[in-house]
Design a protein around this ligand. Structure first.
Ligand SMILES: Cc1cc2nc3c(=O)[nH]c(=O)nc-3n(C[C@H](O)[C@H](O)[C@H](O)COP(=O)(O)OP(=O)(O)OC[C@H]3O[C@@H](n4cnc5c(N)ncnc54)[C@H](O)[C@@H]3O)c2cc1C
Length: 450
């Protein structure tokens, strides 16, 4: 069967313009600057794009079921977001029991909110435990479903092309920094950088720093700056729900999850807002007005995460952090705000969030929106598309969502993986999967061509 398949793939290459071009170029010495032919590899299991928590969890769940996979990662390490694009003081925002990946609990000695370094160590142990070996420096440049072959063609910057029946998109909701257009920002003579490049407030000691964006990152960066003796100001353009990280000695998140089991979402929102008012007071007095929808409803309807306060509000109250309205424009040394205030700053930090990069490489118009790179269907239907396409970590539910996606994806793939293989394969100790069925036969062709 495998021979049949490979013969059929050879047949397809005759019609493949990319292969044809490279093949011809290879034989035509006159064209000296042509790229070398792409290395082609048929992957027996799924290709997973991204070696962050979602990709690793999916590979681990698959491996537990005896299904091998190939993880392609653009950087040279696992969890690049956590290792290289987060600040030093970062701890998990949610208690550890809500951030575990399938198959490995956090070590018992870890605190309730593990530090960034502890979380990275945990992910390294995860990779060791499940024997995962992501292929590093393999940025996926394009992935397209080949209807004739019934397979995905995944091309990487390392000049390789992988062919697979299942493709798992695990490139993250935070793949690229989102940088808004701000009039005049190019004129500013001081430093301008995105919060993903911010490490620590030490270098800003004594400086006036404007932090744009009041999500969890913006609020925490301000706190860090204030702790290191800088003079931070926070731009708050919209309304925002700030909640204490803990209420009644319990994590606000855990409490909400528990209450949601018994009560309707709106009632839980009311209780949360009452608890927040009790713990933090009226946040609108400090320029942090609340949206009309409650925090959980807002998260469910618009995916907007409430801010869990870890001490920033106290610094705002004490005047160590100044809250400012939206920016009108930036000049060489100053920033003008919509209320006509003009202030001088030494640096501007953009805590303006992240965006998905899926539209830049996935050639597919059904499952993912080309506009924002997120699955079009709402939760809980974000994880599965057509023709063996899956999304892990795109449910706007953090690490808990990633863990759930990983398990669902592995279960779904398992259903057709063992469809007509011998039961003994499940206990194959080497995980080297004999391929007894042509992958082409798994997905019916929707169109006939060539
Ligand atoms: C500052 C900050 C704090 C956070 N804190 C929490 C928290 O406490 N709790 C929580 O649940 N969530 C938190 N999150 C959300 C967090 O991003 C996710 O929970 C988690 O990292 C998602 O994992 P992921 O694997 O889906 O995405 P990522 O961690 O972003 O991993 C995606 C991987 O894909 C790779 N990649 C991207 N494009 C390509 C490509 N074209 N080819 C190959 N590889 C590619 C990236 O290099 C990356 O390694 C936080 C996010 C940020 C930014």
């Amino acid at each position: 069967m495998e021979d049949n398949y490979l013969r059929e793939m050879e047949g397809k290459q005759v019609h493949d313009p990319f292969y044809h071009r490279n093949h011809n170029n290879n034989n035509n010495k006159k064209i000296s600057c042509s790229p070398p032919p792409r290395r082609q590899e048929i992957v027996m299991g799924p290709v997973i794009v991204g070696a962050g928590p979602s990709g690793l969890a999916t590979a681990a769940c698959l491996k537990e079921k005896g299904i091998p996979s190939v993880i392609l990662e653009r950087t040279s390490c696992i969890a690049s977001l956590w290792k290289h694009r987060t600040y030093d003081r970062l701890c998990l925002h949610l208690p550890k029991q809500f951030c575990e990946l399938p198959g490995l609990p956090f070590p018992a000695h870890y605190p309730e909110y593990p530090t960034r370094a502890q979380f990275v160590d945990y992910l390294e142990s995860y990779v060791s435990k499940f024997g995962l070996r992501p292929r590093f420096d393999e940025a996926v440049e394009s992935a397209e479903y080949d209807e004739d072959a019934g397979m995905w063609r995944v091309a990487t910057a390392a000049n390789a092309e992988y062919l697979c029946r299942w493709l798992v998109v695990a490139t993250g909701e935070n793949a690229e920094a989102a940088v808004p257009e701000i009039e005049g920002i190019g004129e500013f003579v001081g430093e301008v950088k995105h919060s993903s490049l911010y490490k620590c407030g030490e270098e800003y000691k004594g400086k006036k720093v404007l932090v744009v964006g009041c999500g969890n990152s913006g609020m925490e960066v301000c706190l860090d700056l204030a702790n290191f003796g800088a003079c931070p100001s926070l731009v708050v353009r919209d309304t925002v729900h700030v909640l204490p990280r803990e209420m009644l000695g319990k994590s606000t998140f855990g409490l909400s999850m528990w209450l949601m089991k018994w009560l309707p979402i709106r009632l839980v929102d009311r209780l949360l807002l009452f608890g927040s008012w009790f713990a933090l007071g009226d946040t609108s007095r400090f320029g942090l007005g609340r949206p009309s929808l409650g925090p959980l409803e807002l998260k469910t309807v618009h995916g907007k995460t409430p801010v869990l306060d870890v001490g920033t509000l106290a610094k705002i109250r004490s005047g160590q952090i100044q809250v400012l309205p939206g920016i009108e424009r930036v000049r060489r040394h100053t920033v003008e705000f919509v209320d006509d205030r003009i202030e001088k700053f030494d640096a501007i930090l953009l805590a303006t969030g992240y965006k998905s990069n899926v539209p830049s490489w996935l050639k597919e118009g059904e499952m993912f929106s080309e506009k924002n790179g997120f699955p079009r269907r709402p939760f809980p239907h974000t994880w599965k598309g057509e023709f063996g396409l899956y999304a892990a970590g795109f449910a706007k539910r953090g690490l808990m969502g990633a863990a759930m996606d990983a398990q669902k994806i592995a279960q779904d793939i398992e259903k057709c993986w063992f469809i007509d293989t011998e039961p003994k394969l499940k206990t194959n100790p080497n995980n080297s999967m004999p391929f007894t069925r042509s992958p082409i036969s798994f997905f019916p062709k929707t169109t006939t061509s060539q």
